[in-house]
Design a protein around this ligand. Structure first.
Ligand SMILES: [Zn+2]
Length: 371
C-alpha cells in the first residue's frame, strides 16, 4: 500500500546503455573504440529508392546538425571550479565533461556525446594556443557526428562548437545517455531528498522536447535504477548510526512523546519496525466506526537483510480515505521478516493497545481485530 509498492517504472522499449554510475576517476577516452565507431556507418547510398527511404525512416531518427558556427558560454563560476582541479594541461575532475556536454546540449540536444581528449592552457602561459579545446563523439552506434569545442578567451569564456559528420542518425531501437559523474551526482541526490526516484524520472522525461524524445538521447533522464542508487546512497549518509537498527532506535528516541512520533517499536531479533502516529490512530478511530479496515502485505520493497533467511514484508493496516476518490491511507505499518501468526498478532495487538490508551473507553467499543 505504500507509494512505490505497486508502481513499476515506465519502461522504454529501446535498447538502453549500461547506465551505471561511473566513479569520478573514470576516463571517458578509455571507452572510445574507433573500430566500433566505424563499423556501423550503414549510410544509405546515393541511389536510394523511395522504398528504402521509407525503411530508413522506420529504422532511424535523422536530424540536421545546427547551423554553424554555433557557441555557448561556460559560466565563470564553473570555470573557476574547474581551474582548481587543473593539473598541467588537464582537468583532473571529470566535471568538465558535464559542463561542456550541457553547453553542447544548449545548441544541439539530439546527440549524446562522449569525450576523447581535452587540453587547458596553463595559468600564466604566454602561448597562442586556445584556452581550452576538446573533442567528442556521439555515443549512438550509427551516428557519425563528432564535435570540437574551442575556448579562446578567459574573460568571455565563449565556447565555439564545431560539428562534423553530416547528419544525426540514431537507430530507433537505441537509447543513449551520459553517465552521471562528479558534481552532477550530488545535484541529483539533493533533488531525491524530497522526491521519489520514479517521480524525478517521469518529470525529467516530460521535460524533453518532442524531437529529443524521438532522438533517443536521454542525457537528462537518468534511469530509475541509477536514481534509486543515488537516493539510497544519500539516505545512507543521513543515518544516525552505521547499524540500521541502532539508527532506528536513535531516531525513535528523538521524537519520543511528541505528537508526530511515528516509530513505535524497533525489534532487533528478528529485525522489524512498527510505525504509526497519534494522527493515524485518530484516523483509524474515526474510520473503523463505520467502515472496513484492511490488512495488506507487500514484498520486494525492502532488501533481504544479511544473515536473514526470509525476505522483509511490509504489513499495513489500511483505511479508506475520508475524502472520496483519494487513495487509501495506511494507519499502521509493520516491516518484518517474521511472517508468523504470532508476529502479526503482536503487531495488531500493539496498535490496538495504543489506540485504547489514546481513546480510553471509546476505542474498546469501536475497534475489533479478529484473526
Ligand atoms: Zn548522434
Amino acid at each position: 500500500m505504500t507509494d512505490s509498492a505497486s508502481c513499476e517504472p515506465l519502461l522504454e522499449v529501446r535498447q538502453d546503455t549500461d547506465n551505471s554510475l561511473s566513479s569520478p576517476n573514470d576516463n571517458e577516452s578509455s571507452s572510445v573504440d574507433d573500430s566500433q565507431e566505424n563499423t556501423s556507418s550503414g549510410c544509405s547510398s546515393s541511389s536510394t529508392t523511395s522504398s528504402t527511404k521509407d525503411e530508413e525512416k522506420q529504422k532511424y531518427f535523422t536530424h540536421k546538425l545546427p547551423e554553424q558556427p554555433c557557441f555557448f558560454f561556460i559560466p565563470h563560476k564553473e570555470w573557476r571550479k574547474l581551474r582548481k582541479t587543473q593539473q598541467k594541461r588537464q582537468f583532473k575532475s571529470l566535471h568538465w565533461t558535464n559542463v561542456i556536454a550541457k553547453g553542447i546540449r544548449s545548441v544541439h540536444p539530439h546527440c549524446s556525446f562522449g569525450f576523447k581528449r581535452h587540453s587547458v592552457k596553463m595559468i600564466g602561459s604566454m602561448t597562442k594556443k586556445p584556452l581550452f579545446t576538446c573533442t567528442g563523439y556521439c555515443r549512438f552506434d550509427d551516428c557519425q557526428v563528432k564535435v570540437n569545442v574551442k575556448v579562446e578567451s578567459e574573460s568571455s569564456l565563449k565556447a565555439v562548437v564545431c560539428f562534423q559528420g553530416g547528419i544525426v542518425r540514431h537507430s530507433l531501437q537505441q537509447l543513449r545517455r551520459r553517465p552521471i559523474r562528479a558534481e552532477e551526482r550530488q545535484l541529483i541526490a539533493d533533488t531525491l531528498s524530497s522526491k521519489l526516484p520514479r517521480t524525478v524520472y517521469l518529470q525529467s522525461l516530460n521535460k524533453l522536447e518532442e524531437t529529443v524524445l524521438q532522438s533517443g538521447c536521454r542525457d537528462e533522464v537518468p534511469t530509475t535504477g541509477v536514481l534509486k542508487t543515488l537516493s539510497w546512497g544519500e539516505r545512507e549518509k543521513q543515518r544516525r548510526h552505521e547499524n540500521e537498527m541502532v539508527s532506528l532506535q536513535l531516531m525513535s528516541e528523538d521524537v519520543q512523546d511528541k505528537d508526530d512520533q511515528w516509530i513505535q517499536k524497533v525489534i532487533l531479533q528478528p529485525k522489524g519496525v512498527m510505525l504509526w502516529s497519534k494522527r493515524t490512530i485518530r484516523l483509524f478511530h474515526d474510520r473503523s466506526k463505520e467502515d472496513i479496515v484492511y490488512l495488506d502485505a507487500t514484498g520486494s520493497i525492502v532488501k533481504k537483510a544479511k544473515g536473514e533467511s526470509t525476505p522483509f514484508y511490509i504489513y499495513e493496516l489500511v483505511v479508506r480515505n475520508p475524502i472520496k476518490g483519494c487513495s487509501p491511507v495506511p494507519v499502521a505499518t509493520y516491516v518484518t521478516c517474521e511472517h508468523t501468526t504470532a508476529s502479526i498478532t503482536y503487531f495488531l495487538g500493539s496498535f490496538i493497545t495504543d489506540c485504547q490508551t489514546t481513546w480510553a473507553k471509546n476505542s474498546q467499543k469501536t475497534s475489533y481485530v479478529t484473526l
